[in-house]
Design a protein. Sequence first.
Length: 188
Amino acid sequence: MQSEICPHCGIVFEKYLKYHPEPMDRQDVQSAIVRLDEEDEANPLTQVLFQDTQQTTVGYFPGRLVIFAGLILWSWQLIGASIESNAVANSFLHQVNLPFHEAGHIIFRPFGAFITSLGGTLGQLLMPSICTGALLLKTRDPFGASVALWWVGENFLDIAPYMNDARAGQLPLLGGNFGHSAPYGFHD
């Protein structure tokens, strides 16, 4: 007995037929699935476009190995630096994190001034966390999810210098202010 789920688009025929009743019985659905499967086996283009996730090209594993090695080296460089050096702020990824940080302030603004202040850090941590979940649960890509999880960890390193400077307020902020001279009296 063939599956009642289309292997290409994921449609569940039983649910589809529930809302789109046509004079098509279960036997017709099964024969349509069998015909699709037979056509797929004969068409090489379909095999390439809809290949199983377990089948990979020759460069797939070495490419991931290079990315993994690069992340290890980059991690070692960032972890080895002191908090005062703020090495993460000199990384291009800091510029990627910054829009999510600032958007977090706007997104969490309806929850009051304190949560608005925390919202920057929350937004900065939520975006890579959402990417991790989507890659793991939706696309079933554990390697991509592990890279996104690495991004979450990198964000903690990005946040650390500002946490270290919370009382002194000496780090520069967007707009040319410093934590001690910001209009609201602190940095987040």
